[in-house]
Design a protein around this ligand. Structure first.
Ligand code: TPP
Ligand code: MG
Length: 1038
């Protein structure tokens, strides 16, 4: 026994009851209760026509028939009566079997079916054809929409019309239209022909083209589908696996007459277009030979963004964080964010002196933060545009991270108050992998910002490259399909269509809290920049562009013709804005100094003094009381909740931790616990993100406990430490370095009172996030006067694991440090160490003890300013019995040790020491082992440089002076052209005024970071240890 409902539902993505519940087209009450539906005695699913989407249609008919058998065509009435009566598959239209043998009345009822059969077959087929046709428009209508304002390119890179759409590219030409219909019917695609055009067809619930009507003639159905899907808006949404969301979109685009604008709205739109257009004109007039990456050809971007912001503000958003590339950036700053025009204009004056430290950046990269009243909604709104490098799309994850942080700090768990808008160029959106990586963060619990509105300035060119050479996907936006984001393509020369899709996009975000894409199909009136000649490479396109009337002019003419504005009114609007620009230009001449600080995208109120200085230039002790250490240690080695069963192996790990605590010592994992736990107590939010960080790649951390009996039941002991502690977030990330590091950098931007850490699975994987490191982390403060305290944890060390997984590439980080290798700083200066930290672009450390790791993490927050911190973290040292620190070295009054001097026998008789070895990190343990084995504790001193940059000149000078008779050598396990040697050597030489050579004990130069052969690895290690302890090793070189 089959229920029609049941079998139909199986054929659809979601149950019919959901459709019925959510959407308006009314169903008979009886149809809502399956129990009340009469059962088919035949397996209806086997009916030949009842497959896929046709089941929707039949279901429609069935509901209507249930309520009133007369409401459907007679043929359907016969069909349902017949089928209900038990007709076997394929025979429902044939002479039915009597309901019960010998029942005359049943025979009599079935009789009409025989006569009706030929028409019934045709009718069912035709209805199914119409259903398919509607669906074809919904899926593929965008392929024939008129999206290119120039009318020369196909936005989807394909000039053909899909085979199952009746439309022609020239929809106004009836003859072409008829011909296409004929071709489709001759080919038997739908089995419809011209004679069917005036037949009335019942509409399924999966369309809203009927408005109040439930049936329409085919001609009208096609016309309305054309109106909805094939004009200036191309909607891509049928890939979305959610019926409610699909219905929502259909309703927004199919409902007849839904795209209405009041005269007031049209005037606002015109005024916004005036500003957008005249701003570019003004810049062009004043600085015709300056690069500004103008918006000409996509002036509609400004009203588009404003509409998204207005609508979002109306729905409760009060903070919008934006990221965008070069194109139209100044215009967005001026007319969306409302940066004072004089501040923008004075950027064109190259003679202006910078008031702030740092090297600054070009005007079309700077960020901005502004709070103002939204004039449309009368609500407060804060707008921030994140500064970005030239590297297209690199700012995407940064914007997401900042947005997430702002949501986090204001308790906006659903993204109702804070949202992000990302702008893209067509070539970059399609080409840059980071776009994909960022999309993949969009729905992850610890990374979601609850929907980003993406706006693509699709000018159908990337510098000089045509779309056909720049992408393999039909649209530049196809990447968004992976997250089921609807994509609204729109012809930018139809400003009202643009405003409409922007409204829908903002509503989509506030309804479903998911990403959405607006693809502004436009053109680029000038070359890539204003100096560029586009005719060299795109002669035909640019001939057309020269002829193209600017959108402002087109729209103004339209509104004048509609009587919405008159010509003088329009001209007055233009001169009013021109006057505003002129006045601002005059004021900009008075600006004598350029304040980069005015372009800060993330101010930290209260953290600095009013003039932006640190509140002190000291750092308190990073130690803790014994009580705090013990308490954190106890929580770290326990399960702080009831009825929670952890894995037996983990119980043993926690037990070992407990023993460490009893012995007043920490290993690496406990040291990290102590640092995090104590900062949480002080109200500092901590966020640790990266691949598998919850457990830790090396299974040492275990910050999230998993109940072994209840799936997904977890416990984070770090959040059970103190009564009013700050929250701890630890999250396994997607397998993306570029995206996730960018995201965490953005998160760290939002507040100085958080410790945000990103851990690489292995240190070498950071290179897939190189762009974030090179363009943001290293030079961020210099370019944008914006500090950032992000911490990178990069597992590093040569452990015979092969060329991958060994090196976090310290040489690269060190090469980018801004301290001068050849200049000895003034070591007598008060607070030398803090000043050095203040002046550096980032801090690079390699700790050899857990205690020092603990101190450097705490110092990161206790410093009165923020700098990125790069930590090369260990692998084997995580469990090395000697890599332990006593509580004594972590108590109040203790500090991070930039240098750990020799403290053994050699230090007691320094004059006798023949060699002073400098090293950093894990090799220290190899060196001490070897020294012991060789009995050279009095001859060789070993000093560890824990903070590589800024270089501890002061402490190292002290070390060198202590051992007057020692020769100096740098020892590292990395190859000579890698590691620290090139960084350390000139600085050590400067420290000693080049009085002595600094020898090298380490691996030879190499292309790969490490050998793939374990034996070779050990041989190399032994060789470098031999050199380090062979006191004659350098004789021949002196
Ligand atoms: C990652 C990266 N690679 C290359 C460039 C050089 N570049 C600057 S703009 C541009 C073309 C961008 O085209 P599109 O994204 O369509 O934006 P449009 O300039 O057309 O607005 C290129 C290749 C860059 N800025 N970033
Ligand atoms: Mg482009």
């Amino acid at each position: 026994m089959f229920h029609l409902r049941t079998c139909a539902a199986k054929l659809r993505p979601l149950t019919a009851s959901q459709t019925v519940k959510t959407f308006s087209q009314n169903r008979p009450a009886a149809a809502r209760t399956l129990g009340q539906i009469r059962c088919f005695t035949a397996p209806v699913a086997a009916e030949p026509f009842l497959s896929g989407t046709s089941s929707n249609y039949v279901e429609e008919m069935y509901y209507a028939w249930l309520e009133n058998p007369k409401s459907v065509h007679k043929s359907w009435d016969i069909f349902f009566r017949n089928t209900n009566a038990g007709a076997p598959p394929g025979t429902a239209y044939q002479s039915p079997l009597p309901l019960s043998p010998g029942s005359l009345s049943a025979m009599a009822r079935a009789q009409p079916l025989v006569d009706a059969q030929p028409n019934v077959d045709k009718l069912v087929e035709d209805h199914l054809a119409v259903q398919s046709l509607i669906r074809a428009y919904q899926i593929r209508g965008h392929h024939v929409a008129q999206l290119d304002p120039l009318g020369i390119l196909d936005a989807d890179l394909d000039s053909s019309v899909p085979a199952d759409i009746i439309s022609s590219t020239d929809k106004l030409d009836l003859a072409v239209f008829k011909e296409r219909l004929r071709m489709l019917t001759v080919g038997g695609f739908y089995g419809l022909d011209e004679s069917d055009l005036d037949k009335v067809f019942h509409l399924p619930t999966t369309t809203f083209i009927g408005g109040q009507e439930s049936a329409l003639p085919l001609r009208e159905i096609i016309r309305r589908l054309e109106m909805a899907y094939c004009q200036h808006i191309g909607v891509e949404f049928m890939f979305i696996n959610d019926l409610e969301q699909c219905q929502w979109i259909r309703q927004k685009f199919e409902t007849p007459g839904i795209m209405q604008f009041t005269n007031e709205e049209k005037r606002t739109l015109l005024a916004r277009l005036v500003r957008s257009t005249r701003f570019e004109d003004f810049l062009q007039r004043k600085w015709s030979s300056e690069k500004r990456f103008g918006l000409e050809g996509c002036e509609v971007l400004i009203p588009a963004l404003k509409t998204i912001i207005d609508k979002s503000s109306e729905n409760g958003v009060d903070y919008v964080i934006m990221g965008m590339p070069h194109r139209g950036r100044l215009n967005v700053l001026a007319n969306v964010i409302r940066k004072e025009l004089e501040q923008i204009f004075c950027q064109f004056d190259s003679k202006l002196e910078a008031a702030d430290e740092g090297s600054g950046d070009v005007k079309y990269h700077l960020g901005m933060y502004h709070r103002r009243i939204n004039r449309v909604t009368d609500r407060n709104i804060t707008l921030s545009l994140v500064a970005n490098p030239s590297h297209l799309e690199a700012a995407d994850p940064v914007v997401m991270g900042k947005t997430k942080a702002e949501q986090f700090y204001c308790g906006d768990t659903e993204g109702k108050k804070v949202m992000s808008i990302l702008l893209h160029g067509d070539a970059a959106f399609a080409g840059q992998g980071i776009v994909y990586e960022t999309f993949h963060l969009s729905d992850l619990p610890s990374y979601t910002t609850h929907g980003t509105v993406h706006v693509v300035v699709n000018n159908q060119i990337g510098f000089t490259t045509d779309p056909r050479m720049a992408r393999s996907s039909p649209y530049p936006t196809d990447v968004a399909r992976v997250v089921n984001a609807p994509i609204f393509h729109v012809n930018s020369d139809d400003p009202e269509a643009v405003m409409y899709v922007c409204k829908v996009a903002a509503e989509w975000r506030s309804t479903f809290h998911k990403d959405v894409v607006v693809d502004l199909v436009c053109y680029r009136r000038n070359g890539h920049n204003e100096m560029d000649e586009p005719m060299f490479t795109q002669p035909l396109m640019y001939k057309q562009i020269r002829k193209q009337k600017p959108v402002l002019q087109k729209y103004a003419e339209l509104l004048v013709s509609q009587g919405v504005v008159d010509q003088p009114e329009y001209e007055e609007e233009i001169s009013k804005y021109d006057r505003i620009c002129e006045e601002a230009f005059a004021r900009s001449k008075d600006e004598k100094i350029l304040h980069i600080k005015h372009w800060l995208d993330s101010p930290w109120p209260g953290f600095f003094t009013l003039d932006g200085q640190p509140r002190s230039m000291t750092c308190p002790s990073t130690g803790l009381t014994e009580d705090i250490l013990t308490h954190i240690g106890n929580v770290a080695s326990s399960v702080p909740v009831e009825n929670f069963t952890i894995h037996g192996g983990l119980s043993r790990i926690l037990k070992t931790r407990g023993e460490l605590v009893k012995n007043r010592t920490v290993d690496w994992a406990l040291a990290e616990y102590m640092a995090f736990g104590s900062l949480l107590k002080e109200g500092i939010h901590i966020r640790l993100s990266g691949q598998d960080v919850e457990r830790g790649t090396f299974s040492h951390r275990h910050h999230v406990l998993h109940d072994q009996n209840v799936d997904k039941k977890t416990c984070i002991p770090m959040n059970h430490l103190w009564p009013n502690q700050a929250p701890y977030t630890v999250c396994n990330s997607s397998l993306s370095e570029y995206g996730v590091l960018g995201f965490e950098l953005g998160f760290a931007m939002a507040s100085p009172n958080a410790l945000v850490l990103w851990e690489a699975q292995f240190g070498d994987f950071h290179n897939t996030a190189q762009c974030i490191i090179d363009q943001f982390i290293c030079p961020g403060q210099a370019k944008w006067v914006r500090q950032n305290g992000i911490v990178l944890l990069l597992p590093h060390g040569m452990e015979g694991m092969g060329p991958e997984h060994s090196s976090a590439r310290p040489e690269r980080f060190l090469q980018m440090c801004n301290d001068d290798p050849d200049v000895l700083p003034n070591l007598e200066e008060a607070n030398f160490d803090i000043n050095q930290l203040y002046d550096c672009n980032w801090v690079v450390v390699n700790c050899s003890t857990p205690g020092n790791f603990f101190h450097v993490l705490r110092r990161q927050i206790l410093l009165p300013f923020r700098k990125p911190l790069i930590i090369f973290t260990p692998k084997s040292l995580l469990r090395h019995p000697e890599a332990r620190t006593s509580f004594d070295e972590m108590l109040s009054g203790t500090h991070f040790q930039r240098v750990i001097p020799e403290d053994g026998l050699a230090a007691q008789n320094p004059e006798n020491v023949k060699r002073l070895l400098f090293c950093t990190g894990k090799v220290y343990y190899d060196l001490t082992r070897e020294r012991k084995a060789r009995g050279m504790a009095e001859q060789v001193a070993i000093t560890r440089i824990e903070q590589l940059s800024p270089f501890p000149f002061d402490l190292l000078l002290r070390e060198v002076q202590k051992y007057p008779n020692a020769e100096l050598a740098w020892c590292q396990e990395e190859h000579k052209n890698q590691g620290y040697y090139d960084y350390v050597k000139p600085r050590l030489r400067t420290t000693i005024s080049r009085a002595k050579p600094v020898w090298y004990a380490g691996r030879d130069p190499a292309a790969a970071p490490a050998t793939g052969n374990k034996k070779t690895h050990l041989t190399e290690l032994q060789r470098l240890l031999d050199t380090a302890f062979d006191l004659d090793a350098f004789k021949n070189f002196s």
